[in-house]
Write a protein that binds this ligand. Structure first.
Ligand code: AMP
Length: 256
């Protein structure tokens, strides 16, 4: 049996009562790996650069292995930009290149840049008009029930491309699931970790890792998923939240 393990943590008050979001995590694990993952999640919530969480919610649910979909990892491309403006210019260019309208790209950037606080999930924008499709406001849609198929192999595959660490691993898994979702054309993301300035654009099977995409010390992060017009929204949200997936770095032979 596999288990979905989900964590969200907040400071001062629970999320529902307006507490400050500290961190979240999503795993899909064999039963024997669950205890250690939970320990790591609690540790992470208490030692985050956004603050020390004092409300931690952990949900563990059994997942039917037959329902799990295997999906390919995205190939990595890394861009070290000269400065923030350069990084954002590159991100916008990547989005335009894969067919997102200028209007939708501008909407996505103003949505993320005008946030008063960080989001907990992602905003879904229509790729032509830039219209916000989901009604989750500041919470956004949380992508869940995902992990890698072969932990050691995945870490090795990422390392071969010159990367390591939790941020990259988690983003690579999430971006792979989002890219596999029905109707999603591209994703734009930057972190809510004030010390982590790297963000990415995932599109056309490639994870364009871009540094910097935000300013040092900024605690506002967020994600935007650009959705093809005519996509069945309920089906998409159901896939993002519910469909269990394991990312197989060896599928499709992406990357080096
Ligand atoms: P992180 O990459 O964890 O620093 O998160 C950056 C931003 O991405 C957060 O502020 C959220 O808005 C969003 N985010 C994080 N985790 C998820 C998730 N599982 N599903 C959707 N959006 C997420």
């Amino acid at each position: 049996m596999l288990y979905s393990v989900r964590m969200r943590s907040a400071k001062d008050r629970p999320h529902e009562k307006g507490g400050k979001h500290i961190s979240g995590a999503e795993r899909l694990l064999e039963e024997q790996a669950v205890d250690e993952a939970v320990r790591q999640m609690i540790r992470r919530a208490r030692m985050h650069t956004r603050g020390k969480a004092d409300f931690i919610s952990i949900k563990i649910e059994r997942i039917d292995r037959n329902k799990v979909e295997e999906i390919p990892a995205l190939a990595f491309l890394d861009l070290q930009a000269g400065d923030l403006a350069d990084g954002r210019r590159f991100a916008k260019q990547q989005l335009l290149t894969c067919g997102i309208s200028k209007q939708a790209v501008d909407k996505a950037f103003s949505l993320l840049l005008d946030l008063k606080d960080n989001m907990r999930g992602a905003a879904l924008l229509e790729a032509e008009t830039g219209e916000r499709l989901d009604a989750f406001h500041m919470r956004g849609v949380r992508v869940s029930r995902m992990d890698v198929k072969d932990e050691a192999g995945f870490a090795c595959w990422i390392k071969k491309q010159g990367f390591e660490g939790l941020h990259v691993r988690e983003a690579a898994v999430l971006a792979a699931k989002v890219a596999a979702a029905p109707g999603v054309i591209a994703e734009l993301c930057w972190s809510d970790d004030p010390q982590y300035l790297t963000g990415y654009v995932a599109a056309q099977g490639v994870y364009h890792r871009i540094t910097p995409l935000k300013s040092f010390g900024d605690e506002r992060g967020g994600r935007v998923f650009f959705v093809r017009s005519g996509t069945e929204l309920n089906k998409l949200v159901q896939y993002l939240q519910e469909q269990p997936v394991l990312v197989n770095w060896n599928l499709g032979k992406q990357g080096k």
